[in-house]
Design a protein around this ligand. Structure first.
Ligand code: G1P
Length: 294
């Protein structure tokens, strides 16, 4: 089996109810963090990691995502005739850089189901899953970090991070045995159990799954026979649990800062911190924040 990850799946069919009314007529993936839609952060991370093909799982009301990654002749023409070359470059780069396929998830049956509908497009090769709500700022792209683990182990790997015990019920939680990796003994785990959204007293650890995965194609047959679990949905965590019965699964404590852009407070934190890190906006924004009488 080749150890190159060429494809990344972006589940984006959710209704975005946590952001109503902003998401009534636009997809939550298109809400901007500073000046880029949430999903573009994940797409750029995948490209920076070496992924060549993006597969976006959409649903009703998501055409703005397709338009965003498509060529916009009218806009390009207007920018060109106004001599706005920097903006023109930016808009062109987006549609030129990536090869995107779209597939519809006709019913909202859960994250595991969203991944399952990409079976034909992914075919028989390892692939990445990116949950765009999890925006990750890091020195080395988070997906690239997972791909390094995959290239060494040849098995599925999930991103994890420690969360306060009382918050673990918002995540998939794993239990695992540490295995040495590049001289460290506390970054890579061989997973021996995982539970989707456990009550804190039933959680196997406080290592939470974050939305970056490298999965072997055997996941598809596992998902096809996974019954609805937490929230009555077909959960990706439950599918990976089945995969674990056949093949090793690893969890990697990635380097980086993760923002939950799918949550209002997390979205605000991401907006502030990403703006502060921007060369063009950061200094002025920092001065403004300092001037606030908090
Ligand atoms: C999903 C996964 C969960 C994971 C989380 C990370 O949950 O099901 O295992 O911990 O993403 O963001 P969701 O946030 O979609 O409820």
């Amino acid at each position: 089996m080749q150890r190159v990850v060429r494809k990344a799946v972006f589940p984006a069919a959710g209704l975005g109810t946590r952001f109503l009314p902003a998401t009534k007529a636009q997809p939550k993936e298109m809400l901007p963090l500073v000046d880029k839609p949430i999903i573009q952060y994940g797409v750029e991370e995948a490209l920076a990691s070496g992924v060549e093909n993006i597969i976006i799982v959409t649903g009703r009301g998501k055409t703005a995502i397709e338009d965003h990654f498509d060529v916009s002749f009218e806009l390009e023409h207007q920018l060109e005739s106004q001599g706005k070359t920097a903006e023109l470059e930016m808009v062109r780069r987006l549609s030129e850089l990536i090869h995107v396929s779209y597939i519809r998830q006709k019913e909202a049956l859960g994250l595991g189901h969203a991944v399952l509908v990409t079976k034909e497009l992914v075919a028989d090769e390892p692939f990445a899953v990116v949950l765009a709500d999890d925006v990750i700022w890091s020195h080395r792209p988070c997906l690239r970090q997972l791909m390094d683990v995959y290239e060494q182990t040849g098995h599925s790997v999930l991103a994890v991070m420690e969360v306060p015990g009382e918050n673990i019920s918002s995540y998939g939680a794993i239990a695992g045995e540490p295995v040495p990796f590049n001289g460290s003994t506390d970054v890579l785990y061989r997973v021996d159990d995982m539970v989707e959204k456990p009550p804190p007293d039933k959680a196997p650890s406080n290592l939470a799954i974050i939305g970056r995965y490298i999965l072997e194609p055997e996941i598809f047959s596992c998902l096809a026979s996974t019954q609805p679990g937490s929230l009555g949905e077909i959960q990706l965590t439950d599918g990976i649990r089945r995969l674990m019965e056949q093949r090793p699964v690893y969890a990697y404590r990635f380097e980086g800062v993760r923002y939950d852009a799918g949550d209002k407070l997390g979205f605000l934190k991401a907006t502030v911190e990403l703006a502060l890190r921007r060369e063009d906006l950061g200094p002025a924004f920092r001065n403004y924040l300092k001037s606030l009488q908090l």
